[in-house]
Design a protein around this ligand. Structure first.
Ligand code: GCU
Length: 344
């Protein structure tokens, strides 16, 4: 992270904390409550567009009471920092990758499993099934937060500086950045690469300074985060579909009067809808830009050797955490349904 961004972050986080500690969360003149939302994407990313639409909706409906402020680009810190700020109520909401949430509630590891979903349709259907997601979303109140909706973050694939990853053997000896979750570290171990966990905001510099040889993410990381300026090989091994999750401070949500809560709930639906509408076109545009402007070469390796290498992870995670078996089984039902439809 560059110096100016770090300074701005310190100023913002200090200001937010002072406001909360002195109880001056509302704007004195209008007695409005300021709703602060942090995320780690750029301001042209579907996440930011969706949260801006949420802010507009809340202010349209409850504008005499709430001002919504959306902070992009890790201005309030890394995802882990922002989850902690949301837990304490220093901010009200943040978007965190499901991978990060695994360290706050182990059961979230389910959606970090590689090759969990048969296809994108099965993934979307599972994430839209609140009977499944509530088993995770509603379980972290003691930790001070609750998940309120999910956002699509596409498919995660490997990209590297020096060579295309055509099979797991190509990962041998390479340092690959992964998200900070035990499941991701174990996935890399099984695939034969060397896992280097770090926050998203540090990846560009790590690639540029050759601290790592590559990373894994959706296509937008190439363009919105500039990783495609350094990494010229992007291989569609499709190892994960890890959702992003919008979480809210539990006390803030609980203290909303019923009618206002209903407006916020509608707002959460808008976040999901807008982000998903924008997602598909954003991926297309990113791929196009990466190919034509950054010179990234896309390749499509046989996925089977990757699937095989990762298979033991399903077994070990379920064995160590039998609580998630019912969710795993429900996902298999969706997989069967959508694989069948795909084969038609
Ligand atoms: C994606 C995802 C982010 C996550 C990032 C990462 O961009 O949308 O929530 O932080 O990957 O790899 O850390």
């Amino acid at each position: 992270m560059n110096f100016f961004k770090k300074m701005l972050q310190i100023v913002l986080v200090t200001a937010v904390s002072v406001t909360v500690l002195t109880g001056c969360g509302s704007n004195q003149d209008s007695a409005k409550t300021i709703v602060r939302i942090g995320h780690n994407q750029s301001s042209d990313h579907p996440t930011h567009i969706a949260l801006t639409a949420f802010g507009e909706y809340i202010e349209e409906q409850l504008g005499d009471q709430y001002d919504v402020e959306v902070y992009p680009s890790e201005l309030l810190g890394s995802q882990t920092d922002m989850v902690q700020l949301t837990q304490t109520g220093a901010i009200d909401f943040c978007v965190a990758s499901n991978a990060i949430l695994e360290t706050f509630n182990k059961n979230y590891e389910i959606f970090n499993l590689p090759y969990l979903f048969a296809n994108a349709e099965a993934y979307h259907a599972v994430m839209d099934d609140t009977v499944i997601t509530d088993q995770l979303f509603k379980t972290t109140s003691k930790a001070g937060f609750e998940a309120v909706t999910w956002l699509d973050a596409g498919t995660r694939n490997f990209y590297t500086v020096s060579k295309p990853i055509e099979s797991p053997a190509d990962l041998k000896g390479l340092k690959i950045r992964v998200q900070q979750s035990p499941t991701n570290v174990e996935m890399m171990r099984l695939l034969g690469g060397s896992a280097t966990p770090m926050g998203f905001g540090d990846v560009y510099t790590a690639l540029q300074s050759k601290i790592i040889d590559g990373a894994e993410n959706n296509e937008l990381a190439l363009t919105n985060n500039g990783h495609g300026d350094v990494c010229k090989y992007y291989s569609y091994d499709m190892h994960q579909m890890v959702p992003d999750i919008l979480i809210g401070n539990y006390a803030f949500l609980q203290n909303l009067p019923e009618d206002e809560r209903a407006v916020f709930e509608e707002g959460f639906k808008i976040v999901n809808q807008v982000e998903r509408e924008k997602w598909t076109e954003a991926v297309e545009a990113a791929k196009n830009k990466a190919e034509t402007e950054q010179g990234v070469i896309f390749s499509y390796p046989d996925q089977e050797p990757f699937v095989e290498a990762c298979r033991p992870l399903h077994e070990s995670v379920l064995e160590n955490n039998p609580d998630i078996q019912p969710i795993y089984d429900a996902i298999q039902e969706y997989n069967a349904l959508y694989a069948e439809q795909e084969g038609r």
